[in-house]
Design a protein around this ligand. Structure first.
Ligand code: SF4
Length: 242
């Protein structure tokens, strides 16, 4: 599907090939270096997945990792979350950057899901109707809870795509739509969730906003940004390319 509200966007064949290469490299990097985060464990319940995604709205994965277990222990279900005294919930969420409006939205989300018998909606339209669920969190629920090939296009993934591919056709006219199409191509197919996590982790740990680790990056031989820096490829980077 295209970016919500837009017609599907056709990628140039060259962009498709480069994304295919990028995906293979990212998956290989992720197998050795991916972050091991509690909410990614396979036995997490849909409730625990949604809680993590809400907490991640305002805080880094490192910050959420510190608070996640305690939060789940304190509020183990939609019922406990929907019935918690507001002050209690607020004091648990404030250190994670979620202030009163977000706390109210989170409790309202819990109450809506409780009223729905604990079932989490299965479509983007239904999800985005819920208070506290925006486009990114809806994508995360569809991808993680329901196994759909939805790109988790956050700032980390966007930065990686823009740097690696350079400016792409149509990006100036409609950057959001173009980025969504690129991200979808990157994660679609088998191992979609892994490809998403690989891109997020790579953007957070290697292709960082400030001081990206270009000299040691396994993507640098084909990265537009690295080429613009005129980095000299090392023998090991040459072996990795192709
Ligand atoms: S070479 Fe640098 S800019 Fe390119 S993907 Fe790697 S870290 Fe990012």
């Amino acid at each position: 599907m295209g970016w919500p509200g837009h017609a599907p966007y056709e990628l140039a064949p060259e962009a498709g090939k480069r994304l295919h290469w990028l995906r293979r490299r990212l998956l290989s990097w992720f197998a050795r270096n991916g972050r091991s985060l509690l909410w990614r464990e396979p036995d997490r319940t849909p409730y625990e997945v949604v809680v993590a995604e809400v907490l991640l709205q305002r805080t880094t994965a490192v910050g959420v990792a510190r608070a996640y277990s305690g939060f789940i222990e304190h509020f183990p279900s939609w019922t406990s979350l929907s019935q918690a005294p507001l002050e209690c919930l607020e004091s648990a969420l404030r250190p994670l950057g979620l202030w009163r409006q977000k706390t109210l939205a989170f409790q309202s989300l819990a109450q809506s899901i409780e009223a729905n018998g604990g079932a989490i909606p299965r479509t983007r339209t239904e999800l985005e109707r819920l208070r506290g669920i925006g486009p990114y969190t809806a994508s995360a629920v569809l991808a993680i809870v329901y196994g759909r090939a939805e790109p988790l296009l956050d700032v980390n993934m966007a930065r990686l795509l823009v740097r690696f591919l350079g400016s792409s056709e149509g990006a100036e006219a409609s950057p959001k739509r173009t980025l969504h199409a690129l991200a979808l191509r990157l994660v679609r197919g088998k191992r979609s969730l892994e490809a998403n996590w690989a891109a997020l982790d790579f953007g957070a740990l290697v292709c960082r906003a400030r001081r990206p680790l270009c000299p040691e990056c396994p993507l640098r031989t084909r990265c537009q940004y690295a080429r613009s820096l005129k980095l000299q490829p090392t023998p090991s980077a040459d072996v990795l390319s192709g």
